[in-house]
Design a protein around this ligand. Sequence first.
Ligand SMILES: Nc1ncnc2c1ncn2[C@@H]1O[C@H](COP(=O)(O)OP(=O)(O)OP(=O)(O)O)[C@@H](O)[C@H]1O
Length: 485
Amino acid sequence: MTSIIKDDQSDYESSCSSITVPDSSRSWMSNASLSSFGSRRCSVSGDFSSHKPHKANQAGWEAIKRLRAQKGGIVSLDHFKILKRVGSGDIGNVYLCQIRNPVVGLPSCYYAMKVVDREALAIRKKLQRAEMEKEILSGLDHPFLPTLYAEFDASHYSCLVMEFCPGGDLHAARQRQPAKCFSITSAKFYAAETLLALEYLHMMGIVYRDLKPENVLVREDGHIMLSDFDLSLKCDVVPKLVRSRPNPSTQIDQDDDDHDLKCSTPSCVIPIQPVLTSCFSMRRTKNTPRTTTIIVNADNKEYTSDVKEYTTELVAEPLNARSKSFVGTHEYLAPEVISGQGHGGAVDWWTLGVFLYELLYGITPFKGENNEKTLINILKKPLSFPRIGVSSSKEYEEMVKVQDLIARLLVKNPKKRIGSLKGSNEIKKHEFFKGVNWALIRSVRPPEVPSEMMKLRNKVVVPKLMSKKERDAPFQIPNHHFDYF
Ligand SMILES: Nc1ncnc2c1ncn2[C@@H]1O[C@H](COP(=O)(O)OP(=O)(O)OP(=O)(O)O)[C@@H](O)[C@H]1O
């Protein structure tokens, strides 16, 4: 499925004409001529070593840290051996690579290197998107998001070194399933991990905007990694404590605009600039009355909040983000993106609904004969589900729950969509996710584990080196075609 970008002046200062990119499933970009990279050394911008606690015990991360220490803080293309191109997209090629001289005492690790031709992108007015992706990647540290291990320039190419995902993407994984659909259990697992990745992005003030199975990669251990941030929107987010009355039902009435939200009063808005859950906590101490919650900010100062009979939740959702760009992938576009009325974080909850639908049914809910019909369907057509057989009453119950969640995510009015007010918290509480241990999901056995599958098939993991012809093929700017649907 093709990502589209149109009219994104409001997101970036540089203007961008209406563009539809070619089908990303086809490799349109020739291999960047690696031999022409040159070897201009550039230092790694920013100190990547100090703030990636989620990578603390990873050999690949340790190897890069030691390499950097050996080379006086400088990492460059010369330090890597390019093995093979593993993918290409609208803004660059991705190569499998290894550190050229393995670090003593550590296993030889594979990395993914995304190579972007800055000159070609400047001509196509897409340089800003690559810059935005780099900026976003450099700030991420989450188990289900890519870690930027190093970044450097070589000639007019920008190189981003990240963790390599050998399991391909969820689009390819779905094609391998019986009837080309995931089971409800597998879909729940992938949707839950994706939801956590989106939750973290929203806390960082990032609206992802391009969720689709093609962008969800599978790591060696079978857990997911959300990739491709060149369509993302960065905005400010101010975390809030939201008080709400405990509701015996975990499901929210779709037509209820109020949702019992009591967060607009200044007393429950704590002035904290973007923070992560790790540096923000709520606790009750021995001397604190039951009704008072203490909020500990990153600066370790305490704020008290009288919660009385309300429950209190931290909401760090980019509620005020507003973009009028026409950005995303046709079948996944939210109604507010199509109508151009301005969109924010709720677009990601819409796309989560389409994503879950596609994982389960193998099709997207509003697909028409062509792009124009698809867009009309998104705006006008009521949601419906294909009839599929279920083998047990338990499976039937699960199907009812997942359909309820999808229906709440695919509410055309973004203000009434689940997640639009309290972010991921609302979605995580839905009946469909009941029993998911959010904190320990990383320890759950994934539906498929690529490393085990490779062992089973006795496949040699070491990939073929690129031929000289492949390596030296000239870089080509693709033929653009314009599509105004
Ligand atoms: N970390 C990774 N590990 C393995 N493969 C990857 C990795 N990152 C990207 N790829 C592969 O490379 C392809 C292109 O990467 P990516 O989507 O980031 O490029 P892009 O130019 O931004 O594409 P798009 O047209 O979707 O915006 C992906 O579809 C995926 O198959």
